[in-house]
Ligand binder design. Structure first.
Ligand code: SF4
Ligand code: SF4
Length: 426
């Protein structure tokens, strides 16, 4: 394990990149600071404002009901999904989820995907790459990230949003030798022409879910681009991989959750899909035939991993299960707005990304990715539509880091001063 000093020096090196205006870190931080400043004021239009004010107080009680009865709702969701003629698996670990996913891929060597932060986090994409499966991104943000071979953490809701249109047009010229005007419509049109025919020929698609309704097994997905609608209707097989914390008690709760995920970000998507099993018909003599014009097979892999354990042990991570993954806390985060994606992990910006990093990669990785850059300002908790106590979770992580001798040297000095002189600054 690295020492607190080594990790501190590593963070300092990363922070130096912010002084270089040509660095990718500077570009991201500069963009993020501006975007977050606009978003944090939540300039809701009248419809959005009315919805948010009317329903936001229902969100925390709904999430508490789920978290306090997680096993019950997981069991109910599994049964409900099976009733929709979809196949349902409950994977106890990420590794089990990877095996199930590869089993469901069979001999297919191309995977089309969208909205798959869960799949990335659970190691599904890495497992596919190891098996030589080609992964075709369809979400434009992910397509841009892939185009730029961008390895740094991005904003999960729009991972390529910081690339300037002139940079994108230049990259398209470099990679495809096509001249595209450096503006949104021209770039959108280029990718539409390129990806639409591919999606139409896909055999297997992968998505995550914004919510899963325990009472009727609906898989709920929100989007703007239309790629998810196509990917969940056209390929013969659709695999959904998501965590049990996406389950909500009822289909009405699912609508509440997805609406709040969007509107808290001042966004309203073009499509909300409620998917209850594969396509079918009863038109031939009243017989149910599965697989009419839409998808013929749906497989849902719900992943537990650390979640029911956190509830049973009442650990500090239980609080994190209330999160609806709207990512809006990043707009108000003091650290994120100052240093952009230096305070982040591959799983996301800010506290959200650091906590996920701790869960999957351990405390050393969380410190390396900037745990101690959190200022404990509590802006994230105050802004969160579910009042998730991220600062408390971060304090617990800092305690673990200190117990493992990963304290940054300046804080270690304060600690020693408190112990020996009753004053951190002497
Ligand atoms: S913790 Fe952040 S991502 Fe989770 S619900 Fe709250 S604002 Fe959204
Ligand atoms: S408490 Fe930490 S994670 Fe939350 S807003 Fe402040 S700096 Fe960001």
């Amino acid at each position: 394990m690295a020492s607190g000093k080594e990790l501190y020096e590593n963070n300092k090196e990363k922070l130096k990149k912010l002084l270089d205006e040509t660095s990718e870190e500077f570009q991201f931080a500069d963009f993020w600071g501006n975007l977050a400043s606009i978003k944090k004021h939540r300039e809701f239009n009248e419809d959005t404002k009315e919805y948010v004010e009317k329903y936001v107080d229902k969100l925390r009680p709904m999430r508490e009901e789920l978290v306090n009865n997680l096993e019950k709702y997981t069991e109910q969701a599994m049964k409900s999904i099976e009733k929709t003629d979809a196949k349902a698996y409950l994977a106890q670990t990420n590794e089990e989820a990877q095996k199930l996913f590869l089993q469901e891929m069979g001999d297919e060597r191309i995977l089309y995907k969208s909205k798959s932060a869960d799949a990335k986090e659970m190691g599904i994409l890495d497992a596919c790459k190891k098996k030589g499966i080609e992964i075709i991104e369809t979400d434009l943000g992910d397509v841009l990230v892939q185009l730029f071979e961008y390895e740094l953490p991005s904003y999960q809701l729009a991972p390529g949003v910081h690339f300037h249109p002139s940079q994108i047009a230049k990259k398209i010229k470099e990679k495809y030798n096509v001249d595209v005007d450096p503006n949104g419509p021209a770039i959108g049109s280029f990718f539409r022409k390129r990806y639409r025919p591919k999606i139409l020929n896909a055999n297997i698609s992968l998505t995550s879910a914004n919510a899963v309704a325990a009472d009727d097994g609906s898989i709920v997905l929100v989007e703007n681009e239309g790629n998810i609608s196509l990917l969940t209707r056209l390929p013969p097989k659709h695999i959904v991989i998501t965590s049990i914390s996406k389950i909500v008690p009822t289909v009405y709760d699912a609508l509440l959750q997805v609406n709040m995920q969007e509107r808290w970000n001042t966004l309203i998507g073009s499509y909300i899909s409620f998917i209850r099993g594969p396509s079918s018909t009863n038109d031939v003599y009243g017989q149910k035939v599965i697989g009419m014009y839409g998808t013929q097979e749906i497989v849902v892999i719900l992943v537990d991993d650390w979640r029911t354990k956190a509830v049973k042990e009442n650990s500090f991570l239980k609080e994190f299960l209330h999160c609806i993954s709207c990512k809006a806390c990043n707009y108000v985060c003091t650290a994120s707005r100052a240093v952009g994606n230096i305070y982040a992990s591959k799983m996301g910006l800010g506290a959200y990304g650091i906590i996920k990093d701790y869960i999957h990669n351990g405390i050393e990785s969380a410190v390396k990715n900037g745990l101690f850059l959190c200022t404990s300002c509590e802006n994230c908790k105050n802004f969160c539509p579910v009042q998730v106590d991220l600062p408390k979770i971060m304090r617990e992580l800092k305690k673990i880091a200190v117990s493992k001798n990963l304290t940054p040297p300046p804080l270690e000095t304060y600690l020693q001063n408190i112990k020996t002189k009753n004053n951190p600054f002497k």
